[in-house]
Design a protein around this ligand. Sequence first.
Ligand SMILES: *[C@@H]1O[C@H](CO)[C@@H](O)[C@H](O)[C@H]1NC(C)=O
Ligand SMILES: *[C@@H]1O[C@H](CO)[C@@H](O)[C@H](O)[C@H]1NC(C)=O
Ligand SMILES: *[C@@H]1O[C@H](CO)[C@@H](O)[C@H](O)[C@H]1NC(C)=O
Ligand SMILES: *[C@@H]1O[C@H](CO)[C@@H](O)[C@H](O)[C@H]1NC(C)=O
Ligand SMILES: *[C@@H]1O[C@H](CO)[C@@H](O)[C@H](O)[C@H]1NC(C)=O
Ligand SMILES: *[C@@H]1O[C@H](CO)[C@@H](O)[C@H](O)[C@H]1NC(C)=O
Ligand SMILES: *[C@@H]1O[C@H](CO)[C@@H](O)[C@H](O)[C@H]1NC(C)=O
Ligand SMILES: *[C@@H]1O[C@H](CO)[C@@H](O)[C@H](O)[C@H]1NC(C)=O
Ligand SMILES: *[C@@H]1O[C@H](CO)[C@@H](O)[C@H](O)[C@H]1NC(C)=O
Length: 439
Amino acid sequence: MYFKNPTVAAGAAALAVIGQATAQDILPDSELPQIGGGYFNASDPALAGYTYNGVPPFAAGAFDGYYKWALNNNTVSINNATYLSLPFGITDLGQKNTIYPFYIVSEGTPKEITLNSAKSDGACDLEGEGKGQGKGQDKGQDKGQDKAKFKKILHIIFENQVYNWTMSSPWWQVAAKRGKLLTNSHGIAHPSYPNYASIVAGDFFGVSAENFYFLNTTSIYDLLDAKNLDYASYVEWYTPVATERGPNDCNNAVFLGPMDGLNFPDSSPIYRRLDVPALLFSTYVEQYSRCERVLKASQHFYNDVFSNKLPAYSFYVPDMLHNAHDPVPDESMFDTAASSGMWLNSFLDMYLEELTAQGTLVVATWDEATWPNGSDSVPNNNNSIATILFGHGITPNTYDDNYLTHYGLLRGAISNFGLGSLGRNDTNATNGDLTQFIN
Ligand SMILES: *[C@@H]1O[C@H](CO)[C@@H](O)[C@H](O)[C@H]1NC(C)=O
Ligand SMILES: *[C@@H]1O[C@H](CO)[C@@H](O)[C@H](O)[C@H]1NC(C)=O
Ligand SMILES: *[C@@H]1O[C@H](CO)[C@@H](O)[C@H](O)[C@H]1NC(C)=O
Ligand SMILES: *[C@@H]1O[C@H](CO)[C@@H](O)[C@H](O)[C@H]1NC(C)=O
Ligand SMILES: *[C@@H]1O[C@H](CO)[C@@H](O)[C@H](O)[C@H]1NC(C)=O
Ligand SMILES: *[C@@H]1O[C@H](CO)[C@@H](O)[C@H](O)[C@H]1NC(C)=O
Ligand SMILES: *[C@@H]1O[C@H](CO)[C@@H](O)[C@H](O)[C@H]1NC(C)=O
Ligand SMILES: *[C@@H]1O[C@H](CO)[C@@H](O)[C@H](O)[C@H]1NC(C)=O
Ligand SMILES: *[C@@H]1O[C@H](CO)[C@@H](O)[C@H](O)[C@H]1NC(C)=O
């Protein structure tokens, strides 16, 4: 739920924390993005006893001039966050309820997007395997980026494993036999949040933590809208909220659903906002028509796939038990490579044949590499992650050693659909390019 709390119910505690944040500026309420999610006022008794928590998004001293941020007094609060502490999850019991202020991150000099002026109706140049619709429409304008290779691209992002850890699991080895394993694939940053941003926007905007940040920047969704190509996010445990804008508004709750319940007390909420790339962008949630495209997976994914309504560009967001994040941190108790690999194989059993028939590329990847002990940097593991491509045009049981990053995934989607560019690392070939893996 989203709370509006301009008068600061928690008084001195809130002031102290906001003071530490040394905000560059504070936005008046009139400049707030319309984010939906159930506005709230400070006198609501439910806010009594909450304390503020929040840290600015950037590493100290870094990124001056490139990006700027603002602390907003409006806050999201966690209902009875007894077991939650900054930035996510869990430390000791007895934590007080917490209100998270939110921060807006902007580019110092906003990047201009470039639209592809070539006439194209997007992803319609299937060669043979599709179900017929759209086939052949691009005949005669088969030039460069306009030749879409996939009708659809579906992304599934897993959590926090170095390549070696993932691929030593028999379950992931089985999954790899069903697709093309990319052995030289890399996350962009640590921790998780900046990686999710980089996949859809070509930059992580200096963000070095995981609080309640809104990115006020362009993203691939602007390019898709300009090309009139559809998109969606299918999210486990997500529920939209009804607001004055409509019945399916963005739900900006940082967490949803129950605690995952295993390995207590080192347990996490089963849904996290930060795993849904679209929701990280104020430029996305400002528009109700975009919010309507964030969907509860269990209500929509099956039907959309089997009625051939899966849009051109989509994410399936597995929950914290399916995505290998949890339970943390004692990985010796549970094998998260196995649990996520079992889940992925089931998902592929269910959907891969149909998705392939519809000309879909399925990209399964990881946000970042961490060692099994939770360390992400000792020693430098190069953010080396497993990425596996499945579906249309992919030869099963193959691998490729070419370099790829999250920016290359973005670049691949942009070039597949002939979208133009965001003017960021999506233009940079040294970041890799998904299309190089397609035979
Ligand atoms: C934000 O909160 C601070 C601290 O309570 C207050 O001084 C400031 O006036 C508030 N700003 C707005 C725009 O409400
Ligand atoms: C704010 O909350 C209080 C307490 O629930 C309520 O009495 C009041 O009407 C609310 N104000 C507005 C503007 O909604
Ligand atoms: C918050 O949760 C704790 C633990 O379940 C419970 O003891 C407490 O009563 C709850 N507080 C509120 C206000 O719901
Ligand atoms: C992990 O990688 C190292 C080299 O960095 C290699 O020696 C080791 O065998 C690998 N472990 C597994 C389980 O693949
Ligand atoms: C978002 O960025 C634009 C520039 O692209 C700027 O004009 C606007 O003030 C920013 N909005 C917020 C809420 O910071
Ligand atoms: C975590 O694991 C890595 C890889 O095995 C190891 O190099 C590093 O020292 C470990 N870190 C800690 C804090 O135990
Ligand atoms: C990181 O990459 C560098 C350069 O490719 C390589 O020399 C080094 O061995 C890698 N380190 C690890 C831990 O993989
Ligand atoms: C991304 O782009 C920025 C400039 O916009 C550049 O400084 C950076 O090196 C690029 N590459 C990566 C991996 O971030
Ligand atoms: C392209 O990427 C490389 C490596 O990530 C980086 O060093 C370089 O600055 C980038 N160039 C641009 C123009 O972003």
